[in-house]
Every structure is written in C-alpha cells, then in structure tokens.
Design a protein around this ligand. Structure first.
Ligand code: C2O
Ligand code: CU
Length: 449
C-alpha cells in the first residue's frame, strides 16, 4: 500500500506520527496480504443476520495461503475504535510478531495499521484470530468473527485428493448464562454455522462417487467442544493441528476442542444427500452442519449419529521415536477451578496462581522437556502453547508418540504429557483456549533463561 492509499483508507487525522514517519521514510513495498478489522454482517439463513466484527468484510476472513518458508508480510488495518491484534495460531512467529500482548507484540491502535512479518513455518493447516481479552464483553475476542484459515503449503508431497474443503465451526450471538449449582456463568449462543452459513442454507459440498475429499476442519469456537460426523461415511485422519499423524486411522467421529484443527480425507462411497455436522442435535439443527451432496440425488439431507470413541493415541505410534539417553526434565502444570458463585465467572489457576500472578515456565534453549498437564477440575481444557509444536507422549495413562500438536484437550480429572523441544527463544504464551478460562486466570508465560 502506498502512502496515498493509506491516507485514503484511514484519514490523515487518525494517523499517529510514527506511522506517517514510517510510511514516508521506508516507502514500504506492498504487503503480501492485508486484513481489515471491521464490522461484518452475516446472513446465516434468510432473516438470520449476525452483526459482529471480522476481517476484510467476511467471517471466516480470507484464506491466507502461503508456501512453507516464505517470508510473508500482512498489513492489519484496524478500522475499529479499539486497539486490537492478530495472532498467527500454530506458526513459529517471533514474539514481537506473534500477536500476543503478553509476549510483547504491540497493539494495532484504533484507526491505524501495523505490518506483521514472519516466515511461514511449519507447513499445514493454521489459523489467525484476534488475541484481545473479552472478559464479560461478548463483543470482543474470539466471540467475534475475527478469525480465518491459514494454509502453509508444504515443500514436499501434500498428499493426494480430488477436492479440498475448508470448514470452520462457529457459534454466534453469545450471551452469558447460569451453568448450574456448582458452576459459574458460562457462554451460550443463539446461532451456529459452518463457515458463514447455517445448515441447509449455503451451497452444499458437491461430491462424486469415488472422490477423495480432504476436509480441513477448524473449531473456531470461543468456548465449545465439538463432535463431528458425516452420515454414513468415515474420516481418514491425515493431520492434527496441521501436522501429519503417524497412523491415518479411520473413524466416524472427529472431536475438536476450541482452536483444534483436523485434516481428514473422506472416500465418497455412499451416494445420497448427507449432513456433515455436530452430534449435538440442538446445535446441529440450529445451524452447525453442512450438506454433502452426490449428483442426481434428492430428498432431505440425512444425519446419522457417529459412534466411535475419540482417542488421540489411536493416531500415534506406540514406539517412542524421540528416545534420548537422558530423561527430559518434567514440568508439572496443575489446573484448578476457583468457584466464585453461580452468578460469577469461575477463576482458574495454573500451579495455584491466576494470571498475571502465575509463575512462568522456565526453559533453556534447545533442551527437551516433558510438560505434564494435570487437570484437577471438572471441565475439559484445550490448552495451547504459542510459537511451538509439542508431541503427545502420554494421554490418560496411555503412552504414544508422533502426534504433534499446538493445542491438546485435557479431559476433566485427567492428565496429558507432552514432549517439548525449547527451540524458538522468546516470550511464549501458554493458556487454555476457552476464552472465558483464559480471561479469568488460565494463562502463564514460558520464558527462555
Ligand atoms: Cu489461538 Cu493464544 O491462541
Ligand atoms: Cu479451560
């Protein structure tokens, strides 16, 4: 964007002096991508209109496709009245570019813009989303439509398939509700969709018999866990959180906590009109689904509830591929809830403390660690480490290897252990991706010493 364009978009009065100086002196080349943060209006179904904020007029925002290793630049133009920032989830961006205030990334001021740049790595299905906290304001953070897919094309073989379909699972119009006797306030939603359409109201996914269709599925929810089926078909899981899995097992159910991604191939071998959707009847019937249609088939789309149990270790190898002579240092992280009353939001602690009082996880560059997630609460937590990939080593007592992720769901009263190589120095945020948990204490920093 040249200076005149920038002024046209923003209005000269709104520009901070530093921005003007930067644009005049460096006359920067056009960025590879631009994302405008601003209002969006989605018509999920006739008369079912959602007004929220999103990127470049849509939600999900534009799919950003990049090549592995490519240096990318993205101008984020904040057309709203509050400061914001964008996090590149699953990428190894430097702390100052990662899109987390806690790591030291500067905000994009209101009515201003900022350029992010980083190398596109690792390959696979990534995503971007706002990283502001919401608290009790459900018009902020991941309750909004501020998210989109990033796909980093691998240098090597990307696999073989006939069609590639990106599906983002999302709820809309959130509100606070009382969750029960011994739980605090929780988020609930009025509407549901896959991408920007409610079930039955968008274009169906059109398939042909014998095709291999690759679904790249993202749970873009602020708070909800999802269990997905595709009537009468099986998913062959190829990657989790963008990383290829060692065992491409078939299953009729996919489960995704907030922020998780699954790439799965479906062999289209059962002609008909089907529903791909969430197994919760209420949420699916209110929009959380999409029709999958074979040619010359008629009738109402059919839903069949999936039955397989979801288990991360089914996609891992038994053998430990990262065997080292030395036992890696164990870093325990205990997650607990502090119930504050049924009319209040629960608080969360990591090793007994709430963010920002939490103790940092201290690591040394290039050392190996075992992060031991110990969930002592009665809720599942999709915990996420920024700027790194970890490998599952033990899930609820079962040893595994080769499943590499950046989010892992730790079930109620359960433990998960992951191997981490501290290979990307810089402040790094660790948190639960459930927006309400993260905003109420469930967060800490990882520091390189
Ligand atoms: Cu997907 Cu800290 O975020
Ligand atoms: Cu949580």
């Amino acid at each position: 964007m040249n200076r005149r364009d920038a002024l046209g978009v923003l209005g000269a009065a709104a520009l901070p002096a530093t921005f003007l100086r930067a644009t005049q002196e460096q006359a920067p080349a056009k960025a590879d991508y631009a994302l405008r943060i601003g209002p969006v209006s989605l018509e999920l179904a006739p008369k079912r209109i959602v007004k929220t904020t999103g990127y470049s007029g849509s939600s999900p925002g534009p799919l950003l496709r990049m090549r592995e290793g490519q240096n990318v630049s993205i101008d984020v133009i904040n057309e709203t009245d509050s400061p914001n920032l964008v996090h590149w989830h699953g990428l190894f961006a430097p702390s100052v570019m990662d899109g987390s205030m806690e790591e030291g990334t500067p905000m994009v001021p209101a009515r201003s813009q900022r350029r992010y740049s980083f190398a596109a790595t690792p390959a696979g299905t990534r995503w971007y989303h706002t990283h502001v906290s919401a608290g009790r304001n459900m018009k902020r953070g991941t309750y909004t439509g501020e998210f989109g897919f990033i796909y980093v094309e691998p240098r090597g073989d990307a696999g073989s398939y006939d069609q590639e379909i990106f599906l983002a699972l999302k709820e809309w119009d959130p509100y606070m509700t009382m969750a029960g006797e011994d739980a605090g306030l929780d988020a609930a939603y009025k509407y549901f969709s896959i991408n920007d359409r409610a079930l039955g109201h968008g274009e169906p996914v059109r398939v042909k018999e014998g095709q291999r269709v690759l679904f790249r599925i993202l749970n873009a929810s602020a708070t909800m866990h999802r269990r997905i089926g595709l009537g009468g078909h099986e998913f062959q899981v190829a990657a989790m959180d963008g990383n290829p899995v060692p065992v491409q097992k078939k299953t009729d159910a996919l489960e995704l906590g907030p922020a998780e991604r699954i790439d799965a191939i479906v062999e289209m071998n059962r002609p008909g009109v089907w529903v791909l959707g969430d197994s919760n009847d209420h949420d699916r019937e209110n929009g959380m689904g999409i029709v999958v249609e074979y040619p010359n088939q008629t009738g109402a789309p059919r839903w069949i509830s999936p039955s397989d149990r979801w288990d991360y270790t089914a996609f891992g190898s038994a053998a430990n591929t990262t065997a080292t002579t030395e036992e890696p240092e164990r870093l325990p992280l205990v997650f607990e809830k502090k119930f504050a009353g049924s009319r209040w939001v629960d608080k969360w602690t990591v090793n007994g403390k709430e963010f920002p009082k939490t103790d940092p996880i201290r690591v040394r560059a290039n050392r190996r660690y075992r992060l031991v997630f110990d969930n002592r609460s009665d809720e599942a937590h999709p915990v996420h480490l920024h700027r790194h990939t970890f490998e599952l080593t033990k899930v609820e007592g079962r040893a595994t290897s080769g499943v590499r992720k950046d989010v892992v769901v730790v079930n109620p009263k359960s433990q998960v252990e992951v191997a981490l190589v501290a290979n990307n120095p810089g402040l790094t945020l660790f948190h639960c991706h459930q927006q309400m948990h993260m905003d109420y204490g469930f967060m800490c920093l990882m520091e390189y010493v």
